[in-house]
Structure formats: structure tokens, C-alpha cells
Design a protein around this ligand. Sequence first.
Ligand code: FPP
Length: 258
Amino acid sequence: MSMSGRDEERCEQELGQLLDRSRLPQHVAIIMDGNGRWAQQRGLPRVEGHRQGAESLRTMVKACVEYGVPYLTAYAFSTENWKRPPDEVNKLMQLLVEYLYNELDELHANGVRLRGIGDIKGLPEQAQKALTEAERKTARNKRLCLNLALNYGGRSELVQAVRRLADDAVKGKINPDDIDESIVSSYLYTSGMPDPDLLIRPAGEFRVSNFLLWQIAYAEFWITPVLWPDFGRKEFLEALVEYQRRERRFGGLNVCSG
Ligand code: FPP
């Protein structure tokens, strides 16, 4: 049974009271999954699920700005998504361009910096153009960094990092003995950003799907059966509250004093 608008509002208020705003994740990553199933359940074309998914992303961006989460990374198109029928791929690219042009002013007004992460040169020219424009306009914004993972794959990110590292070593710019975790991190698309503390996976799948393989080493996972187009503020608050209940040990032990 679905909740009425008023119940949902009350639930959000209660969750909001449980949230400790001084212990928010600094970086939230989201695998936006379940758009196709959402559309199928309603007898709609798949693109309508993606369109509604773009609305959920809009809600999430606003919530991050409001609560003060400084980094949000959303998986919008993977290196594997090219295997989908050309019509769906084209519509997703169109949707991306629409999103970038329609949202740009509001993102900018809200202090959001937008960045594309992934093999951006492999995107259609129109999408690259819209992205470059959005990145340029929002480059100085500091409230929220919104990373859109586009033509992104965790393995391909590591391959490009290793190639550039090897190239710098051959050129003598870096000594192989000096390569450590922070240097590897600095060759990734997310260079200079904190690693995600929280990974949200809607649509009930228990997979990582080649997303931020290096960066999620210590991320807390929050998996929900809710499909991405139905994912709203209530679900986000639930994820944040649950995140704050977890004990994060990073491989060590938490020793109680006294
Ligand atoms: C996976 O759901 C989702 C995608 C491949 C695309 C995600 C894109 C969006 C949410 C909207 C576009 C983004 C922007 C920034 C405008 P699925 O289609 O695999 O769902 P299914 O598993 O139920 O079929």
C-alpha cells in the first residue's frame, strides 16, 4: 500500500529529526537503477522511466544542497550501456542534453558544481558540448559537487589511470617507488575528492556494476527494493539515518574507553 502525501511528509519530518547534521556522509554515490522496470510496470516506454529517473536525481541534488552533503556522484551511463538498443541509447543521450540545459541555471543558483566523470570524449558531440558548457559555468561553485558518471566504468577508469601513471614514469616525472595509494587516487576521475562514504543502490540488486571500484573500498552500502524513479527524499533520509547508525571501523577495532 502506498503512503499518502501527508503520511510521507510526517515520515520525512520524523527522519529529519533523527538525522545528526554534524555526521553526514561527505560523499554519496548512487547507482540509478530500476528505470526500465518502473516504466514496464506502467506499460510505458523505457525512456519514460529514465525521464522520471532524471526527476529523482533533481530531488536528490536539492536534498544534498539542503542538508549539506558536499559530494554526490550519480551513475548515469556506463561503458556497458552502449550494448542497449540504439533507440534507447539515443534517447538517454537526448535526455542528458535536456537535463543539462534545463537544470543549468538552477544548479548554478544553488551553488552546484557539475562535473562529468568517465570517458567523456566517447559521448556524442552534442552531449560533450552541453557538459563542457555546464562544467565551465559552474566551475567556481562550492556548495555541492555533482559528478555525473557518463560513459563510465570502474575498470576503464583504472586502465586510463595506469596508462597515464606509466607514461609519467617513463618520462621520469614519477619514480615507481614513490607510487602509493594517494598517487593512484590522484590519477582517477575523482582526484582531490573524498571517497564515497555511502553507496546507495535502488531496485534491489546486490551488485557493484563496475562503479567506482577503487573509491568504494570502505563505503557503506544501502540497498533498497524501491525503483530509482520512486526514490525520493524519504528514501534518502532513511539511507542517511541508517548510515549514521552504522559503526565504521575501516578495518580496525573500535576500543571503548573507560
Ligand atoms: C539503469 O536503469 C539506468 C540507466 C542505464 C540510466 C540512468 C539514467 C537516468 C536516471 C536519467 C538520465 C540521467 C541524467 C543525468 C539526465 P535500467 O534502465 O537498467 O532499469 P531496469 O534494470 O529496471 O531495466
